[in-house]
Design a protein around this ligand. Structure first.
Ligand SMILES: N[C@@H](CCC(=O)N[C@@H](CS)C(=O)NCC(=O)O)C(=O)O
Length: 233
């Protein structure tokens, strides 16, 4: 039986190609595991049936037989552990790939999400603009550190791994931002990840899945929010 993941049938344009089911789709493609998708309309993620799968009311989830998993990192690591292709065979190599996966999710992603909160989710709040310089400085510091550790290597530790998959997925949140362009080796690392056939298939499939409609009142809500953000500028 094919595993089933959850994904949204609609998100705003800025989120297309970034929703976290992409990481899971990418891992599934890398290991050659066919899968099915249960699409959720906006709002459905907070209803009891999905909450039973995902306590925070978010996507993605992963169901395989009696296993129901949430957290994209845990799902990617489960796929890497249970199939060939995303973790080296040796114990120490597996530990290093896991280290890079946690570095991505635990150390690099939080300041990048702070940036998304300040510029998107809470862009209309008075605290966001004053906070931005500090958030950007923290991201710049982290990117410099990641670039220093990666050096000139193609991937973190030999062959492409689940750690690289998650690090690229996190860094590409900044794909159009000058902060990433300021680190050419990282920008090239992201481009290498995005050039992988498995990534391209995963991205195309995520984009093709947005066949739904925005929730009622979305256009009015976004316009009001933009007007408030404009006033604060
Ligand atoms: N740490 C979680 C984060 C999941 C997450 O933030 N999901 C977002 C989409 S990328 C979501 O479902 N947001 C909708 C909501 O919170 O209502 C993971 O990596 O799986």
């Amino acid at each position: 039986m094919q595993p089933v993941i959850t994904a949204f049938d609609w998100v705003p344009d800025f989120a297309r190609g970034q929703v976290r089911d992409l990481r899971v789709r990418w891992a599934l493609e890398e290991v050659g595991q066919p899968y099915r998708v249960r699409y959720l309309a906006q709002g459905e993620q907070k209803a009891p049936p999905h909450r039973a799968r995902q306590p925070f009311g978010q996507v993605p989830t992963y169901e395989e037989g009696e296993l129901v998993l949430y957290e994209s990192g845990a799902i990617v690591l489960h796929l890497a552990d249970s199939r060939d292709g995303l973790l080296p065979d040796d114990r120490l190599g597996r530990a290093r790939a896991t280290e890079w996966a946690f570095a991505a999710l635990n150390t690099v992603e939080p300041p990048i999400m702070d940036h998304a909160i300040a510029t998107l989710f809470e862009a209309d709040q008075p605290w966001s603009r004053p906070r931005l310089p500090a958030v950007e400085a923290r991201i710049a510091e982290r990117l410099g550190e990641v670039a220093a550790r990666l050096g000139e290597r193609e991937w973190y530790d030999g062959a492409f791994s689940a750690g690289d998959l998650l690090m690229v997925a996190v860094l590409r949140i900044l794909r159009d931002h000058p902060l990433l362009a300021a680190q050419p080796t990282l920008a090239a690392y992201v481009a290498r990840g995005e050039a992988r056939p498995a990534f391209r298939r995963a991205l195309a499939d995520q984009l093709a899945g947005f066949t739904g409609s925005p929730p009622p009142g979305f256009a009015e809500w976004i316009a009001k929010r933009a007007a408030r953000a404009e006033q604060l500028a």
